[in-house]
Design a protein. Structure first.
Length: 201
């Protein structure tokens, strides 16, 4: 997928496509050395009416015109290239899933790496995220928001990043954070020793 980052990229693409167009025309001209000639039929009055479906010469010229290249049409189509590319959302890449354990003597895990999004286009207008599952939270609705570091609860949390570009195209991706408890159980409060005696008899 071709991504357009700024106006200079668009100009470069236009130059390349135009060069390919003229190169193709040159090859076709060489391969068709005899060219195309329309011979005026005998007893057919001038001028030839190109819209006359009953005129063989008119039909021939109309057919050749339909099959021929049109530079103006080609340039017109080329001018829509930035618009078509603008309809594609930003290309984004979420981090890989993370699976780790709770911190020592804790039911949570503090993660400081591997939480940020990668996106390739520089015309983004906003980057937001949302957490669902074992840990629930969300970023502000505007601005460029990255998680950087976060304390996650035990269990599985789904993080979804959303990138909105200047044309209001939206791209999303998700990854999961799984926190498992591997702590050895420990006593919190021990009861005091109890001493008692037997009943008489």
């Amino acid at each position: 997928m071709v991504m357009v980052n700024n106006s200079s990229d668009i100009i470069v693409i236009k130059v390349i496509v135009l060069a390919l167009f003229f190169f193709t025309v040159a090859l076709e001209s060489r391969s068709n050395a005899k060219g195309i000639s329309i011979v005026h039929p005998v007893n057919t009055p001038f001028p030839i009416n190109l819209n006359d479906s009953e005129n063989p010469a008119g039909r021939q010229i109309e057919k050749e015109n339909q099959n021929s290249f049109s530079l103006n049409r080609f340039i017109s189509d080329l001018s829509t290239l930035p618009y078509l590319m603008a309809q594609e959302g930003a290309e984004i890449i979420c981090p890989p899933d993370i699976s780790t354990y709770t911190d020592i003597n804790s039911c949570t895990s503090y993660i400081t790496d591997g939480l940020n999004l990668t996106y390739s286009r520089n015309n983004a207008a906003a980057v937001t995220w949302k957490m669902e599952g074992a840990t629930e939270d969300r970023s502000p609705p505007a601005g460029f928001n990255m998680i950087n570091d976060y304390t996650f609860n035990e269990g599985t949390t789904i993080i979804t990043y959303t990138v909105t570009d200047l044309q209001q195209n939206i791209s999303t991706c998700s990854f999961t954070i799984t926190i498992s408890d591997n702590q050895v159980p420990r006593f919190i409060n021990l009861p005091e020793n109890i001493t008692t005696g037997t009943e008489p008899g």
